[in-house]
Design a protein around this ligand. Structure first.
Ligand code: KG4
Ligand code: ZN
Length: 342
């Protein structure tokens, strides 16, 4: 008998529902919220209202496109945290209601674990390598930047993490400073392709061990732009692509330096990336190139599994379901990262 798991993700501004039959994804529906663009960032109150509007049609579509019956579902897995409280409450409450009404199991998932295990999702007809344990994951998103050692589906060790901003925040803030829009990552990625990454250089932070810091480089971009604009008011307009290319290269250099160190320290040469920033074309290329150069086996996710999605929640849910790790109905949403073990 197959295990059929429904995943529900609502931690930020994407309402997503996925259905998994054992490790195989049979549907993954994502409703992204466009309403935030005009505000230059996610507005929590608007996000939770949009989740409320989206959740029923998204669940319905995911179940229909999976071709399953409600009675076939073995467990509902949901993102318990970290994320925006109002957004999490919608998914948490819906998942509980669904589990009660279907009489099936309820499984809580840490959003970060979802990003980390997204490389284990399989799809019928798509051949792709799945990492054996242990492997390292560079988890890079709007809220987190971590190097995690994954010893099994249930065992994670954070080897290093940012001591201030996440790398996604650095992309988003750079875009905001340059008046380019939100979210910044995809915009900078696109512009950087046409730019010269060697023209403008930024100083890299000097942080001990495997930890990261991105607040200094963000400030150095701010001062760089301020000083150049004082000399030439249309400096940004005239040099947009080169600034993006230089800044993006600096962020990737920072990420790669510690990732290379983590491989050296652990001796683990299976390297995956995950999280929204792992959609970045230059980062994907760098990880691939370093892998070829250094003899690593690299696991670069498909684009649809990089940003927030419920398929990654369902795969974590599957393993927890199999381990008999169920969630009580009174478990509250957990917005803060530190309050939930990965
Ligand atoms: O994982 P995610 O969807 O949400 C969080 O859990 O935070 O990540 C969102 C982040 C945003 O900061 C966004 O700018 C960034 O991922 N991002 C990118 C790209 N696509 C999304 N950053 C760089 N290049 C991209 N192509
Ligand atoms: Zn995420």
């Amino acid at each position: 008998m197959s295990d059929i798991i429904v995943g529900i993700e609502s931690s930020c501004d994407d309402t997503s529902v996925a259905v998994l039959k054992d490790e195989y994804l049979i549907s993954n529906v994502i409703a992204s919220q466009e309403v935030h663009r005009q505000y230059g960032g996610v507005v929590p109150e608007l996000a939770s209202r949009a989740h409320l509007l989206n959740i029923v049609p998204v669940v319905d579509k995911a179940i229909k496109s999976a071709g399953i019956q409600m009675k076939d579902i073995d467990a509902i897995a949901f993102t318990r945290g970290p994320g925006l409280l109002g957004s999490l409450l919608v998914g948490t409450s819906f998942a509980k209601g669904m589990a009660i009404s279907l009489g099936c199991k309820l499984v809580e998932v840490n959003h970060l674990q979802g990003h980390i295990l997204s490389c284990l999702i399989k799809e019928k007809g798509i051949e792709k390598p799945i990492p054996a344990f242990p492997f390292l994951t560079l988890l890079v998103s709007g809220g987190h930047t971590q190097i995690v050692q994954v010893d099994s589906e249930y065992s994670f060790r954070i080897l290093g993490q940012t001591i201030d901003d996440a790398v996604g925040e650095a992309f988003d803030k750079c875009s905001k400073m340059m008046g380019l829009g939100y979210p910044g990552g995809p915009i900078i990625d696109k512009l950087a392709k046409e730019g010269d990454a060697e023209r403008f250089k930024f100083n890299l932070p000097n942080i001990q061990g495997l930890d990261y810091s991105f607040s200094g480089i963000k400030t150095s971009l701010l001062y760089f732009l301020r000083d150049r604009i004082a000399e030439q008011p249309d400096f940004i307009e005239q040099n947009r692509a080169d600034i993006c290319a230089g800044f993006q290269k600096a962020l990737i250099d920072i990420l790669m330096k510690k990732l290379i160190l983590a491989v050296k320290q652990t001796g683990i040469t299976r390297v995956a990336i995950g999280g929204g920033v792992s959609a970045n074309s230059a980062l994907r290329q760098r990880v691939y190139d370093e892998g070829v150069k250094r003899g690593w086996q690299t696991f670069i996710p498909e684009f649809r599994f990089t940003t927030d999605n419920a398929a990654m929640i369902a795969i974590c849910g599957l393993y927890k379901y199999r381990a008999g790790e169920f969630c009580p109905l009174d478990a509250p949403a957990v917005p803060r990262a530190g309050s939930m073990a990965i």
